[in-house]
Ligand binder design. Structure first.
Ligand code: CMC
Length: 377
């Protein structure tokens, strides 16, 4: 037999080299494109972060203008994509299903494109897909994208039909920069597997959307908001946490496969949320959020002393996105609007030095069966 090593969940296994982001799970550090996440998150625009990942450097002012205009020019979607999104909304499909269907349809009518064209098109069009689906779901007319608005501002504008405030845009921008890339997380791995077969970037992104949807990856922040709102009303975080754990359930927004300390993205997003809620004179809800974290971390320490369960990125995602006006049904899709920058940069990186990703499975089934004709079974 072979000398294969079995690694369930590929935990602690490296299967690619990347220059895009680096995680130290013991210390709780994350760098994206060489910048500490906190520095990138509060200074960059999302367009700068995408450029950084694709080109391994920040753009000059002229390059940034060109890149922004190029993305803005690709925001529109055709009638066929509208039809898919209208149908998804009519059938009350979840936003991630609408995003998957919209992404798959978004290259219709755009002709043969190369990898870089596909990347810019798909990054540009994600907010339009999500916002258009949302407007249909609300029985409202979709809002046309505005080319003069930044990527982040345009998304909020298309969702709500009104110009967002500067604080809302900055809050969303910080979020988009913070979660744009994160090592070989499950959805990024899916995207790399797809292009490693020399399939195309749009197929890779579609697979990644499906992977991000699950609650063990990107599907947690909606339930986190429900949890925080329940506790905000009851005023009793301890009871909530103890009852959840006693029922054998996991506390959403806590724990991580790689981090053994607080997720550094939680720190960035909690500061952004604090700034946002203070400026909006509505910090009562935010106080519930921070006191919930304190109570939950203490109880989780008793519950799993060896695991060091702390807040992950999703916990403060819920607080921040709720504050800036993203509906909770769209939290995971908004994660996708950011992470598509990372997925596509990983696709390009994979293609630069491609080797088919093809692990093995250890066979544990039967051997030595002999065939019995159906009439004798
Ligand atoms: N609440 C209660 N117990 C937990 C939690 C939690 N949030 N997370 C882990 N545990 C327990 C788990 O039950 C297990 O106990 P036991 O050994 O008795 O079965 C132990 O800790 C180890 O957990 P694990 O399943 O081996 O950990 P993992 O590395 O596979 O899972 C995780 C990481 C994020 C899936 C998990 O912590 C979890 O389910 N958290 C809740 C969902 C969540 O917040 N998801 C967002 C993930 S962060 C987004 C991203 O980066 O993509």
């Amino acid at each position: 037999m072979s000398n294969e090593v079995l690694s369930r969940g590929l935990e602690d296994v490296s299967v690619a080299e990347t220059r895009l982001s680096q995680i130290d799970g013991e210390v709780g550090e994350l760098t994206i494109g060489g910048f500490p996440v906190d520095e990138l998150a509060v200074n960059a625009t999302y367009e700068e972060s995408v450029f950084l990942l694709l080109h391994d450097r920040l753009p000059s002012s002229e390059e940034l203008d060109d890149f922004r205009s190029d993305l803005a020019a690709r925001r529109g979607i055709g009638d066929e994509v509208h039809a898919v999104l209208q149908r998804a909304a009519d059938e009350q499909k979840p936003a991630m299903d609408a995003l998957r269907m919209g992404a798959a349809a978004a290259t219709l009518g755009t002709g043969d494109e190369d990898v870089d064209e596909d990347i810019r098109r798909i990054v540009a069009v994600f907010p339009t897909i999500v916002a258009t689906y949302w407007r249909y779901l609300q029985d409202e007319d979709p809002v046309e994208p505005r080319a003069e608005f930044s990527h982040a501002k345009n998304y909020l504008y298309m969702l709500n039909g009104v110009e967002p405030t500067d604080d809302e845009v900055r809050g969303l921008e910080t979020y988009l920069n913070t979660v744009i890339d994160h090592g070989l997380n499950a959805s990024t791995f899916s995207a790399r597997v797809v292009v490693s077969t020399e399939s195309d970037v749009v197929s890779a992104v579609t697979a990644a959307v499906g992977t991000l949807k699950g609650p063990l990856h990107g599907g947690a922040p909606g339930p986190v908001l429900d949890m925080l709102q329940t506790v905000h009303e009851s005023g009793n975080p301890e009871e909530y946490v103890r009852e959840t754990l006693a029922a054998g359930e996991r506390l959403m927004g806590f724990g991580h496969r790689v981090y053994r300390v607080r997720d550094p993205r939680a720190a960035v997003l909690s500061e952004a949320a604090e700034r946002f809620y203070e400026a909006s004179d509505d910090d009562e809800f935010f106080q519930t959020v921070t006191s919930f974290e304190d109570v939950a971390v203490d109880i989780l320490e008793e519950h799993k002393p060896d695991r060091r369960l702390q807040t992950n990125v999703e916990f403060y995602t819920a607080a921040l996105l709720h504050g800036v006006g993203v509906p909770k049904e769209l939290f995971t899709a908004t994660f996708g609007i950011s992470r598509v920058g990372g997925w596509t940069a990983h696709c390009r990186e994979q293609l630069e030095d491609n080797r088919l990703i093809r692990p093995r499975a250890r066979y544990v089934g039967e051997n030595d069966r002999t065939w019995t004709p159906v009439s004798n079974r």
